[in-house]
Design a protein around this ligand. Structure first.
Ligand code: FPP
Length: 269
């Protein structure tokens, strides 16, 4: 955990009370809201985009670590449908980042057996961004390890609207009846529908930078996710932070609306 020490005017990493257990359960699907790039840069009197550039390096490190830990899906919120409101220069920089990222990192992704996927309204991205994304998906399509799933021009409410419209169209065309609309059908129509059923919903969601909001990210899929908030700014997020987040996950009691296993057996303690 990062704690602020006023005498030293800085955050210092404190040893977590929760211990990461590499033999314990590793969340199969981790989703991350990578926040704090701008503040990281401002703290160093650098332009905001310097924070995004450093954030890209963090993406590389975290991707490798997650893959080696055995995570099956890593979903990263890289650009939201609301991020177009940012200054034009910053948006242009953010649209160039996937190009730089994939150009430099695809060989390592191939070595790590990581497969790239994108969720979001890709067709509204500039052409050079779309091309880089398509290239990376093509180059990694035969990989069988972790899915590195970028949310790019993604917004969860828009995703739900799109899914509802698609289902309504199927009902109108008599391909589906209203009675067939259930959780599974809706999940299949969401952008995470390409994943196997058991991997669609993140088990653990991490948000960096101390903000404790979901910000229109995977609203349906997060119904039973464990949420973890850390004060670390995204460019400072490292292997120890990831282990700390997983340690927290390993110490949660996940009941999915039911009761603890012990209580089921009649032990009310
Ligand atoms: C939020 O920080 C971050 C973003 C909107 C961009 C996230 C992008 C990256 C981490 C780069 C990696 C992307 C790819 C595709 C490799 P913020 O700018 O809102 O930070 P602030 O809240 O401190 O201003």
């Amino acid at each position: 955990m990062l704690r602020f020490f006023p005498q030293k005017n800085k955050y210092i990493q404190e040893k977590s009370e929760l211990r990461f257990n590499s033999d314990g359960p590793i969340p199969q699907h981790i989703a991350i809201i990578m926040d704090g790039n701008g503040r990281w840069a401002q703290n160093r009197r650098l332009p905001r985009v310097a924070g995004h550039k450093e954030g890209m390096e963090t993406v590389k490190k975290v991707t490798k670590q997650a893959s080696r830990l055995g995570v099956k899906v890593l979903t990263l919120y890289a650009f939201s449908t609301e991020n177009w409101k940012r200054p034009k220069d910053e948006v242009s920089f953010l649209m160039q980042l996937p190009v730089d990222f994939f150009d430099t990192f695809v060989p390592e992704l191939i070595k790590e057996n990581v497969k790239v996927h994108v969720i979001g309204y890709e067709d509204l991205l500039p052409e050079h961004t779309q091309d880089a994304v398509k290239r990376a998906i093509e180059q990694t399509k035969d990989n069988t390890g972790m899915v590195l799933n970028f949310a790019l021009n993604y917004g969860s409410r828009a995703e739900i609207v799109t899914a509802v419209k698609a289902i309504a169209t199927e009902v109108r065309n008599e391909e589906k009846s209203i009675e067939e609309i259930d959780d599974t059908l809706i999940a299949e129509h969401l952008m995470t529908g390409f994943l196997p059923t058991e991997l669609r919903d993140p088990e653990l969601v991490i948000r960096t930078s101390g903000e404790e909001r979901i910000s229109n990210f995977l609203l349906w899929q997060l119904a039973y996710s464990e949420l973890y908030f850390t004060k670390a700014l995204w460019p400072d997020f490292d292997g120890a932070h990831l282990e700390e987040a997983i340690a927290s996950f390993q110490n949660r009691d996940r009941r999915f609306g039911g009761v603890k296993n012990k209580e089921k057996e009649g032990d009310q303690s």
